[in-house]
Write a protein that binds this ligand. Structure first.
Ligand code: HEM
Length: 505
């Protein structure tokens, strides 16, 4: 069932990707930077919010007037800032939703990745409460509706004895103190929790990408500025607790559950909100899956070079003091609770060399479930009796393309992630004549299931990152086919056909 939902989700992402891929290169495709785009939107919210704060008056009578002043009299700056604040907040909701769906459909939320997933849920709650209190502070008719409906929602929780809705019976009863509390929540309390929450959310990731490419930021900001100028955010009429507002323009990003408070009841809205959040929180363990074995360090071959520490995308490897009495000062140590068995550490290990002739091929760090020795054996087997020109395709994908590629007479050797393949394996494949060409078929940067597989592989082959491919390797015999995991089959097929033709030449 979950796999079927994920398949549908991937197809939808595919449909979204195709027009995007025509307009943007992979590195600048917004779909590859959704988490970072959320952070960027939040920056706009913060900076525009600081401007609004300078002029905002935190009293029941002053709030509406101060926002009106910003919108109408200071329209060229305050009005633009208000609109930016509104539209960037809406943008954050869109990107958070896409981010959550993308991580789910591409299965990046299970096993040891549960931490980022689970810590994402409170972030959504904080952002929604921020949006709701933001609407409240304008103190117009929409704020009145939000305040009264929120009070009903909160009063339905049995632990509160005093009725919050009682504050909104008349303008006289509504105290400035209560309004100041809302302002404090929106302007100080919740933003502090949000910053801490985002830090916690990415805490276990190495080198999290929190900034989208510069051009993307500039284009987004420009689009937001144009939108703000053409369609500025405005208020409803000033709140008047003696009258119920007749027509409201309800915000579809933050306030979509509010009509349900009246249509259902506050209790059922809580059931919905808590229910959806709970389902998301338990999703990484439902159903339980077999855990892949963590990477294994063999001290006899570990020289403490630290490359595995530098390359691990999940901070699962660290250097600790040597325990075996050899002259090396440090050794790698894997935390099995953080390791997600991608094998990128094996790709970075200088001792994972297939040229080893003495003894078994045991590198300093290896994946027990898909070892460096198995990869070497499969390369050797793939090259036996194949007519020239023969290509070995290293693939981390598992889709129809591979069947098609095999049907065309090419051999496929599967790796967990392209970053698992040490560059010496490319050298070995070509120099020992197991193939005439090598095609690396992996997920493009920004879509790599293990975050850095494409990036590290490209850098190792470009001789910019250790371990580098040796100079003797003729790189014209190596092709890389990076694709989004939901891309159509044709791309790789075209690529290998063109590559095969070039090899024949
Ligand atoms: C304020 C809201 C959020 C922000 C700003 C945010 C931002 C980010 C960023 C910057 C990353 C690192 C991306 C990378 O470098 O690979 C990330 C990773 C992640 N996020 Fe979020 N996120 C938010 C909400 C959520 C939510 C609601 C969920 C799901 C419930 C979620 C799930 C994840 C997961 C699972 C990862 C780790 C992916 C991996 O292991 O490769 N995030 N997020």
């Amino acid at each position: 069932m979950i796999a079927r939902v994920q398949r549908v989700g991937r197809a939808l992402f595919g449909a979204l990707r195709r027009p995007m891929a025509r307009a943007f290169e992979s590195a600048e495709n917004p779909l590859n930077h959704i988490g970072a785009m959320t952070v960027f939107f939040l920056w706009i919210v913060l900076i525009s919010g600081i401007w609004l704060l300078i002029f905002f008056r935190t009293s029941v009578s002053g709030a509406f007037e101060s926002v009106e002043y910003l919108t109408r009299e200071q329209w060229y700056l305050g009005g633009i800032m208000r609109s930016l604040h509104r539209y960037a907040s809406d943008g954050a909701i869109v990107t958070i939703f896409l981010h959550l769906v993308k991580e789910f459909v591409f299965n990046r939320y299970r096993g040891n990745r549960w931490f980022s997933w689970v810590t994402g849920v409170p972030l959504v709650w904080i952002i929604f409460v921020l949006g709701i209190t933001g609407y409240w502070l304008v103190w117009d008719e929409l704020a009145q509706y939000v305040a009264i409906s929120s009070a009903e929602l909160i009063d339905s929780i049995p632990i509160f004895t005093d009725s919050m809705a009682g504050n909104f019976l008349s303008d006289d009863l509504l105290s400035n103190r209560f309004f100041t509390l809302m302002a404090f929540l929106h302007l100080i309390g919740l933003p502090i929790f949000l910053v801490f929450g985002i830090w916690l959310h990415i805490f276990r990731l190495t080198g999290p990408r929190i900034n989208p490419p510069r051009r993307m930021m500039a284009a987004t900001l420009l689009a937001m500025l144009i939108l703000s100028a053409v369609y500025p955010a405005i208020s409803h009429e000033q709140a008047n607790l003696a009258m119920a507002p007749e027509t409201l323009r309800l915000d579809g990003f933050y306030l979509h559950v509010y009509p349900l408070i009246q249509i259902w009841s506050p209790g059922w809205v809580w059931v919905l909100l808590v229910g959806v959040s709970s389902v998301i929180i338990v999703a990484p363990w439902a159903p339980r899956q077999k855990k892949e074995q963590a990477a294994l360090v063999t001290l006899d071959y570990c020289n403490g070079c630290e490359r595995c520490v530098d390359d691990c995308p999940f901070g699962a490897v660290e250097m600790v003091a040597r325990t075996d009495g050899t002259s090396y000062s440090h050794q790698a140590s894997v935390d099995p609770d953080l390791c997600i068995s991608c094998g990128i550490c094996v790709g970075s290990c200088p001792t994972a060399t297939p040229f080893r002739s003495q003894g078994a091929l045991i590198p300093g760090i290896d994946l027990p479930d898909r070892s460096a020795a198995t990869l070497r054996d499969e390369i050797v087997a793939a090259g036996v009796g194949k007519p020239s020109p023969h290509i070995i395709v290293f693939a981390c994908r598992d889709d129809n393309q591979l069947k098609e590629i095999e049907k065309a007479g090419l051999s496929v050797v599967k790796v967990v992630c392209m970053g698992q393949l040490p560059p010496s394996y490319v050298d070995f494949t070509l120099s020992r004549g197991h193939a005439d060409g090598v095609l690396l078929l992996g997920c493009q940067d920004g879509n790599c299931s293990y975050r850095f597989g494409a990036q590290w592989t490209e850098q190792r082959l470009a001789r910019q990152r250790d371990p580098m491919v040796r100079r003797r390797v003729d790189l014209s015999r190596v092709a890389m086919g990076w694709q989004a995991p939901w891309s159509e089959n044709a791309t790789a097929v075209k690529k290998y056909a063109a590559f095969l033709e070039a090899l024949k030449q």
